[in-house]
Design a binder for this molecule. Structure first.
Ligand code: NAG
Ligand code: NAG
Ligand code: NAG
Length: 841
């Protein structure tokens, strides 16, 4: 019996391993060494990333299983549990919009076939379309005669009746407080200096733009070292669309016109990638198109036409019972025609940062449906805000399914294994989980989320193992939360937004995975002319918690009065009180946007104290840039928090203690060693007289045992010195979790905003120092490249150039040295990809 069980288990494990290796071998950047991370997977899944969408109950999404024999349910609508279908009785309104979205003709002569046909005829579908659930997913370009699927307008399963659409707020926009400093006249010597710097930034932009244009257009990205191309954002020309307004702002009008011509040729209805990452697409493509349209004063109608075409595709992602969006939208008709629920593990930033783009589009087109889409998210967030496990903030991951699943344990169907218990997690496991949850919400390859690969949550109770993505960020493998098996037969209870099902630890922060949800609160308030007070109260309520619980002063050499933003993990049911609330004192490049946000909030909502915080938050990033060999801030690191924000003298002993959590053990080991040495030498002395004795006979078969020499233990001092030199830790750092610089904008973004709001010229000086370091380290023959390790003077470059280098980073550097009325913050709000939208007058 036992042997049979073992045998079955072995077979199962072997099968699993084959399936996972098969899958992983197609995850970009995966190196085989991470295989161990897969142990602990639930046997029922066999996937490395969770589908964000949950099928209802389980029609076969093209990506949900490795085998694709299953066919779509004959009548998918009938399969929807009626209890959770709010609009089931209403007639679909969606088909009204279908005029703009009939099947497009292919730009080339490739045969047009439907997604369903593609699924059955093309066994390579999965390879072509890739895994989803990632902001970036690089798909190899396909030959132009390759058959394609095309997105089609679907009849909505859960339409909002037109009389229920939430309209844009009406009325006279309020006169909001002036945001920018009242700049006086500039002396001519100062102006010459400023223009010299501005020209240097512009030249850097032209250099990288030409590289992209010469080698990569119309692909998404240029590979700045190999001169290759990359298509991580559906291959619609991400860098081109993202750069449109930068070209305009920098006065590169010929290049702008040329790029606008190419925009007309984008076909958003098809893609080599099977899912559309909603957030990335909204902030980069939709934001880029709308801003270019706004800036060029509506003179290029194609920009708006394309924005509308794209937005109407994205609207398909909102067709769920509770109108929360599928953040990874499988656009192919075979899947998008099915009813779906929103995901149970949605990244907060991907949910909450769609507002300004859809609102601006609603304002321009006067179509309330775009505003309705994001207003429902705002309402849901507002309703939940005071009821989370850290009231005032939302956790980094949110169950948006609207569907409370009963607290049952899923059976591990075909194994003799015990079903994993949701309740009985051992203390040790709980501790491991809390610790790893705090650690693992760290960055992926993207965004403040955008820049954050959605690291997916893992099976309950199983210790987390990490995969490493293409830039060294962490990607956590996942169990699937598809609605299948036992879940399908259970009627779930309707619910609002919630923490992830069965989660015991909820992590809160305003950096990666959360950021722009908070950033957009004051921005949306401004964009709506102050006519919707929800955004103001949500901002004030959340920042109260951020100020009190997350902002901290780190201990620095030189006692700088600066602030970083910590992250907190709350485990309400933890048995040990020390585990109920764990704080991670980190510094992240993504978190550097916070200075700019606090500054805007301070002005709009008249919070003068927050302007001081904004300065200290921005100073922290300037400090971090200055702390490394290259002069650029690392992606992610940890520091020692001060006990008091008012006085915090540099204390090297304290820093060293923080570097060595096991120092007590080391002290004891050294003590024991010294005692042992003493004992041995005493023994030796007392043995000297017996030396003359005859030797014992030696058995030649027995190896001669070495005389026992205890190993010298590593002392605290040596350990600390080794860490500092081997890990190249600048003073005050206790860890560097990610050492790279990905051409990110957040630090210069806040420096720019602080300059425009305070008029303090020192921000320009700080910004210029940052620019010189970045420009020098990242420049390649044809463009700019990410840096692998900012603590290494070798400045090794990485073969990627994200579109935000041209869209954001260089735009902010340029605007820092421009006349203050170019993109005045009193006239525009900038989305989280630095795309300016006109504010109402
Ligand atoms: C968590 O811990 C911090 C620091 O110990 C404390 O200030 C805060 O009030 C705690 N938060 C919660 C929600 O318990
Ligand atoms: C520095 O830190 C150590 C360890 O925390 C502490 O014992 C010592 O008193 C501190 N020194 C000063 C001058 O505060
Ligand atoms: C790209 O092409 C332009 C002309 O179109 C040329 O002047 C420039 O040197 C090229 N740049 C690179 C980086 O190859």
């Amino acid at each position: 019996m036992i042997r049979i069980r073992r045998y079955r288990l072995f077979l199962l494990v072997a099968l699993l391993a084959v399936v996972t290796v098969y899958h992983l071998s197609r995850v970009p950047g995966w190196d085989g060494s991470a295989l161990e991370g897969l142990i602990g997977f639930k046997p029922s899944t066999g996937k490395t990333t969770t589908s964000d969408a949950q099928s209802i109950p389980h029609p076969p999404p093209p990506d949900s299983t490795p085998e694709k024999e299953t066919q779509p349910a004959a009548d998918p609508v009938a399969a929807v549990p009626p209890a959770v279908e709010p609009h089931s009785a209403t007639v679909s309104q969606a088909s009204e919009t279908s005029a703009t979205s009939s099947i497009s003709t292919s730009a080339n002569s490739a045969p047009t076939i439907t997604g369903d046909e593609l699924l059955t005829k093309q066994p390579s579908f999965e390879e072509d379309f890739g895994e989803h659930g990632q902001g970036r997913y690089d798909v190899a370009p396909r030959p132009s005669d390759h058959p394609r699927a095309y997105w089609k307008q679907q009849t909505e399963h859960f339409p909002v009746p037109s009389e229920s659409l939430i309209p844009l707020p009406t009325g006279e926009p309020k006169a909001l407080p002036k945001v920018q400093y009242s700049f006086g006249r500039e002396s001519s010597s100062k102006k010459a200096d400023r223009l010299r710097r501005q020209t240097a930034v512009r030249e850097s932009f032209r250099h990288a733009w030409n590289g992209y244009k010469n080698y990569s257009l119309p692909h998404d990205e240029l590979k700045p070292l190999s001169k290759g191309v990359a298509d991580p954002f559906n291959g619609w020309g991400a860098t081109m669309v993202d750069s449109l307004d930068s070209l305009w702002i920098m006065g590169l009008r010929d290049e702008f016109e040329e790029a606008v011509q190419m925009v007309g040729q984008i076909d958003f209805k098809t893609s080599p990638r099977k899912d559309i990452p909603l957030f990335e697409t909204t902030i980069r493509y939709l934001g880029g198109l709308i801003a270019a349209y706004d800036l060029s004063s509506a003179k290029y109608p194609v920009l708006l036409d394309k924005a509308v075409e794209l937005a109407d595709i994205l609207m398909g992602a909102f067709d769920t019972p509770n109108r929360m969006p599928l953040t990874y939208y499988n656009w192919a008709p075979s899947y998008s025609s099915q009813p779906h629920r929103a995901g149970a593990h949605t990244v907060l930033a991907e949910l909450g940062s769609l507002s300004v783009e859809f609102t601006r589009l609603a304002q321009i087109t006067r179509e309330d449906k775009y505003y309705d889409a994001i207003a429902r998210i705002t309402n849901a967030l507002e309703k939940w805000q005071k009821e989370t496990t850290l009231p005032g903030l939302w956790p980094l991951r949110v169950d948006t399914s609207g569907c409370r699943k009963p607290e049952v344990v899923r059976h591990a169907a075909d194994t003799d294994e015990e079903p994993p218990s949701v309740v009985a997690i051992s203390k040790a496991e709980e501790e491991a989980k809390v610790a790893s949850d705090v650690a693992n919400t760290g960055p992926g390859s993207r965004s403040r989320v955008r820049r954050q690969d959605p690291a997916n949550p893992q099976a309950e109770g199983a210790p987390k193992k990490e995969l490493v993505d293409e830039l060294g960020g962490k990607v956590v493998p996942v169990s699937n939360e598809h609605w299948s098996g036992d879940y399908a037969s259970v009627n779930c209870e309707p619910q609002g937004l919630s923490t992830e099902p069965h989660s015991t630890t909820h992590t809160y922060g305003i950096g990666a995975m959360a950021d722009s949800t908070y950033e957009y609160l004051p921005k949306e308030y401004a964009l709506l002319g102050g006519l919707n007070s929800q955004y103001k109260t949500m901002y004030l309520d959340s920042m109260n918690v951020v100020r009190e619980q997350l902002l901290y002063r780190p201990m620095t050499e030189g006692d700088h009065d600066i602030r970083f933003v910590a992250k907190q993990s709350i485990s309400p049911k933890a048995t040990m009180s020390s585990k109920k609330n764990v704080t991670k004192y980190e510094g992240t490049h993504l978190g550097c946007f916070a200075g700019g946000m606090f500054a805007l909030g301070a002005k709009l909502f008249d919070l003068p104290e927050d302007m001081h915080l904004a300065e200290k938050l921005t100073e922290s990033c300037v400090w971090a840039y200055g702390s490394t060999a290259v002069g650029i801030m690392p992606e992610e690191f940890e520091l020692v928090p001060c006990d008091s924000v008012t006085t915090c003298p540099w204390n090297k002993t304290r820093w060293h203690e923080a570097l060595d959590p096991r120092r007590e053990e080391r002290f004891r080991a050294v003590e024991a060693y010294n005692l042992e040495q003493q004992r041995l030498s005493e023994e030796f002395v007392s043995n000297v007289g017996d030396d003359e004795d005859g030797e014992e006979p030696v058995d030649p078969a027995e190896p001669v045992s070495e005389p026992f020499v205890p190993k010298v233990p590593l002392s605290h001092e040596k350990y600390v010195a080794a860490r500092i030199s081997e890990e190249r830790l600048p003073p005050g750092y206790t860890n560097i979790r990610a050492r790279d610089y990905r051409l990110r904008p957040e630090a210069i973004e806040s420096v720019f905003i602080l300059y425009r709001m305070t008029g303090d010229e020192s921000w320009r000086e700080k910004g210029w120092t940052m620019f010189e370091a970045v420009d020098q380290a990242t420049k390649t023959e044809i463009a700019n490249a990410a840096i692998e390790d900012v603590t290494s003077q070798l400045m090794k470059q990485v073969d990627t150039m994200e579109s935000f280098w041209l869209a954001e980073t260089l735009k902010y550097y340029y605007l820092l040295f421009s006349e203050p009325d170019l993109i005045s913050l009193d006239d525009y709000v900038l989305n989280t990809e630095a795309h300016p939208f006109k504010r109402p007058k």
